[in-house]
Design a protein around this ligand. Sequence first.
Ligand code: 5GP
Ligand code: MG
Ligand code: MG
Length: 201
Amino acid sequence: VLAAGERDRYFGDDDIKEILYTQEELSRRVREIGRSITEDYRDRASERASDGAPGLVVISVLRGAAIYMSDLVREIDLPLEMDYMAVSSYGSGTKSSGVVRILKDLSSQIEGRHVIIAEDILDSGLTLKYLMGVLESRNPASIEIATLLRKRTERQVDIDCKYVGFECPDEFIVGYGLDYAEHYRNLPYIGILKPEIYQGK
Ligand code: 5GP
Ligand code: MG
Ligand code: MG
């Protein structure tokens, strides 16, 4: 049964082995995360940065987390600044290289402010571990991670995520911002990509 506004066919359907989270399930879960954040940060919401900007900064790691972040911030009922970072880790393949490079840094100063990193998916955790180190060295008042997905995998480094949308299987997944070679980001659901699409590449 389709929810209102959902089509019955999408361009990528034939490349998807299994749908993990529908558009409806994603929006429900993102709403819940936004509500938790609103509760947890409400008493700090009146704080301001020295330039008058909101005390709360939500940072998205481009490009995978951009869609999730844009939905999430609209479920946080508090003043906040949106900012973006771009790092390289995967290239166009499916395995983490372990090499993280900052391609675009924040526009904002985060010293003394409350930072939430909105991440799309935690796989090995190497990317976030590195980013946390970089951001912590700038002395924010606090820093937490709100990841939409966390893979169940042995590879994961020890990393503390305050907000986790879904624990997902250790497969290569796409949609809702997540790509394979820049395809599938605009699929409204999240699914497992058929291995034959990327095998031998
Ligand atoms: P990590 O450093 O945690 O291994 O992975 C970092 C980044 O790799 C994620 O933020 C995401 O952009 C990408 N990534 C990890 N797993 C997947 C996956 O299953 N599908 C896609 N499309 N990207 C992934
Ligand atoms: Mg990411
Ligand atoms: Mg990618």
